[in-house]
Ligand binder design. Structure first.
Ligand code: 9J6
Length: 287
C-alpha cells in the first residue's frame, strides 16, 4: 500500500514535469489577476520557449481571413490568457510567422498566426483580417474558453504591420500593437490609443524607416505608451525571421500591456542600451 502510493506519487510528479507546466505554476500575484508565469529574467525573455507547454491547431479559411494556426498554453489552472493575432506581409505565406506561435504562446498568450485571404492584400484588408482573426479566436477557436476577450492584441509584418496600425486605429480597446517593419502609404497614426511597439530593420530598403516605421512611430500621439526599436543590421526580412530582439521586446510589450505585468517594465524602461538595436526610443516610464 505504502509502496504503491509512493509509486503513484512518483508517476504523477513525472507526468507534471513531462507536461512542461512545472516551472509555470507560480500563482498569479494577488494584486494583478492577469499575471502569468514565474518572475522573468533576461534569459527567460531571450529563450526559444517560455514556461508554458503549448498545443497547436490548424484553422481553416472562412471566418474573414485565410485560415492559419492557433497556438495556446495547455495550462487551464491559472485562468484565461490574453490573445494576439499576427498577420504576414505582401506575398508572404503564414508559415513565415510559424516561429512566433510557440515562442509567444509558451510565455502565456493565445496566438493566432493568419494567412491572408490573398497574398496581395493591402494593409487595410490585413487590418480587417486581424480583427476578424481576434473575433474568431474569442468566439469560435479551439482556444476560445482560454481567452480573456477583453485583453486582445495585434501584430504583423510589413503590410501586416501597416494593417496592425490600422487595426489599432479602428479598435482603441486593443491592449497592444506591434507593427514589425511596417509598410503603409499616405498614413499617419495620431489617432491610435493602443500602446504600440514599432520594430524596424536598420537597413530596410523595401520599407525605408524614414518613410515607414519611423514616420509611423513619430506620428503616434506624444503621450502614448510607445516605443521604436530598430534591429541593427536588419533589413526588411531581419526582424520578421526568428531573432532574439524582436522576440524579447514583443514578449515584454505583450506582458506589460496585455497582462498589465509590470515585472516586464525592466526590459523596456529605461530605454535599453542594446547592442542589437541601432536605435531605441520610447516614452518611459510607462503609464
Ligand atoms: O513586405 C511587405 O508587405 C511590403 C512590401 C511592399 C512592396 C511594394 O511596394 O508593394 C507595392 C505593391
Amino acid at each position: 500500500m505504502r509502496i504503491r502510493s509512493k509509486v503513484a506519487a512518483a508517476v504523477a510528479a513525472l507526468a507534471v514535469l513531462g507536461s512542461g507546466v512545472a516551472s509555470a505554476d507560480a500563482k498569479p500575484a494577488a494584486d494583478n489577476p492577469y499575471q502569468r508565469g514565474p518572475d522573468p529574467t533576461m534569459g527567460s525573455i531571450e529563450a526559444d520557449r517560455g514556461p508554458f507547454a503549448v498545443t497547436q491547431a490548424p484553422v481553416p479559411a472562412g471566418d474573414g481571413f485565410g485560415g492559419g494556426t492557433v497556438t495556446y498554453p495547455n495550462d487551464t489552472s491559472q485562468g484565461t490568457f490574453g490573445a494576439v493575432a499576427i498577420a504576414p506581409g505582401f506575398l508572404e505565406p503564414e508559415p513565415l510567422l510559424g516561429w512566433l506561435g510557440p515562442r509567444l504562446a509558451s510565455q502565456g498568450f493565445v496566438v493566432l498566426t493568419i494567412a491572408t485571404n490573398s497574398l496581395v492584400d493591402f494593409p487595410t484588408a490585413r487590418a480587417d483580417q486581424l480583427l476578424a482573426g481576434l473575433k474568431f479566436l474569442a468566439e469560435k477557436s479551439p482556444a476560445k474558453d482560454r481567452i480573456d476577450k477583453s485583453r486582445l492584441a495585434v501584430m504583423g509584418i510589413s503590410m501586416g504591420g501597416g494593417g496592425t496600425l490600422e487595426a489599432a486605429e479602428r479598435d482603441p480597446a486593443l491592449k497592444a500593437a506591434i507593427p514589425i517593419v511596417p509598410w503603409d502609404i499616405g498614413r499617419s497614426f495620431s489617432g491610435v490609443r493602443t500602446p504600440t511597439l514599432v520594430v524596424a530593420g536598420q537597413g530596410d530598403i523595401i520599407a525605408p524607416t524614414p518613410m515607414h516605421a519611423k514616420a509611423f512611430y513619430d506620428s503616434l500621439s506624444p503621450g502614448l505608451n510607445k516605443a521604436y526599436v530598430e534591429i541593427a543590421g536588419g533589413g526588411h526580412f531581419g526582424p520578421p525571421l526568428p531573432n532574439v530582439p524582436t522576440a524579447k521586446y514583443s514578449i515584454s510589450w505583450l506582458k506589460r500591456f496585455v497582462d498589465d505585468d509590470t515585472r516586464y517594465e525592466q526590459f523596456l524602461c529605461p530605454i535599453p542600451k542594446d547592442p542589437q538595436a541601432s536605435a531605441f526610443e520610447g516614452n518611459c516610464p510607462h503609464t
